[in-house]
Design a protein around this ligand. Structure first.
Ligand code: DGJ
Length: 365
């Protein structure tokens, strides 16, 4: 257990950036997370991180917390645990990031996907992992990790890109040519046989129940929106490239006022950078960039109030209310990373975020 204790909890306000004590007074250890509402209760899943040593390796797994009011969270323990066995890919020392859980109405199962890197391999593997449970809080049974969409072209991939012969050595040290080559599918072709890279990820269930696995691919330069099978446990092979060569990480989607919106970040490791906002009429695109949704000072907008998006929450008892969830990472002590929750506000029909030192979720309208 980590020792980040604060005042005894009975949280009445959201205080972005401060220690957020759970019902035992310990800082919520669920980072890069997301929330699922089920049977009147919110469940928050996220990376359960070590306090200090081996900063970016996973020793525990995926933490789960439950709450009725989104303010006071009970630690439900680890929903997914690393497995103490060197023959499994999920062994301690691998990396589990940005876990998300969705519910499948047909199979009545809870499905968790997460970014998965292998022990001793840095961030090279670029896999996505999947686990399943009959109970929302777990335990989740690990199924497999993979690179999605091996042997299939993206739906929106022009025919003429399929046979281009540019490869990585042609564009070495030539940044402009690299951007062009990536736009034209350099890495799609490179990874065609083995499967496409999958790093920062989220899940999104569309209004018709179809689920998408949305991940940074192509060396983190292009987002892929990959359709999941009806049981949400596999990829169908139908996928779309979104904002090619624009280097988006940390995707967080929501549907509001008839449109799909996505917050994302640039790619600067654990350091915050300017948030990005994009909009589309369909989840599969075309996505159009709307610029930086931050409405703070110039300095605050440059670093998204010191945060990186992870999820957009829509409380069940409120209509048209959305909450931006982000992480203020502390790389030397990831468990201490702070949760940055801010209300999504609307300005000229566009969702924006402003800084509040503290705010009252009950007053959102
Ligand atoms: C940025 C990603 O958004 C995080 O989830 C994490 O993978 C860091 N990079 C690691 O540097």
């Amino acid at each position: 257990m980590i020792g980040l204790t604060a005042r005894p909890q009975n949280n009445n306000l959201i205080r972005p950036g401060e220690i957020w004590p759970d019902t035992e007074g310990k800082h919520i250890n669920a980072h890069g997370g997301g929330i699922l509402f089920y049977n009147g209760i919110y469940y928050w899943f996220g990376e359960s991180r070590l306090p200090r040593t081996e900063k970016d390796r996973t020793r525990y797994g995926v933490g789960c917390y439950s709450s009725k009011d989104l303010l006071n969270w009970k630690n439900e323990g680890l929903a997914l645990r690393v497995i103490n066995d060197t023959s499994t890919l999920l062994q301690p020392g691998c990396v589990i990031e940005r876990p998300k859980v969705i519910y499948n109405k047909k199979t009545k199962k809870f499905i968790m996907w997460f970014h998965h890197e292998l022990k001793g391999q840095g961030y090279r593997a670029a896999l996505t992992g999947v686990a399943v449970s009959d109970n929302i809080a777990g335990p989740y049974t690990y199924i497999k990790s993979l690179r999605p969409n091996a042997g299939v072209w993206p739906v929106n991939f022009p025919e003429e890109f399929k046979n281009l012969s540019v490869n990585e050595s042609d564009i070495k040290g030539k940044p402009d040519e690299r951007i062009k080559a990536v736009k034209e599918g350099l890495y799609i072709r490179r990874d065609f046989t083995g499967g496409q890279m999958a790093r920062d990820m989220t899940l999104f269930v569309d209004r018709n129940g179809k689920a998408y696995h949305i991940h940074s691919s192509e060396e983190n330069m292009t987002l892929h929106f990959s359709e999941l099978t009806d049981d949400y446990l596999n990829f169908t092979g139908i996928y779309y490239r979104v904002l090619p060569a624009e280097s988006n990480e940390a995707p967080a989607l929501f549907f509001a006022k008839g449109k799909y919106y996505m917050f994302s970040s640039g790619t600067t490791g654990w350091k915050p950078n300017p948030a990005r906002l994009a909009v589309a009429d369909k989840v599969t695109g075309e996505w159009m960039s709307l610029g930086n949704p931050g409405r703070g000072t110039e300095e605050e907008n440059k670093i998204t109030f010191g945060s990186q998006s992870t999820f957009v929450l829509s409380p069940k008892d409120k209509k048209n209310i959305y909450i931006f969830m982000g992480d203020r990472w502390t790389p030397e002590n990831l468990a201490d990373s702070r949760h940055i929750w801010l209300p999504v506000e609307w300005e000229d029909g566009i969702p924006v975020i402003k800084w509040y030192k503290e705010w009252n979720i009950k007053e959102l309208k």
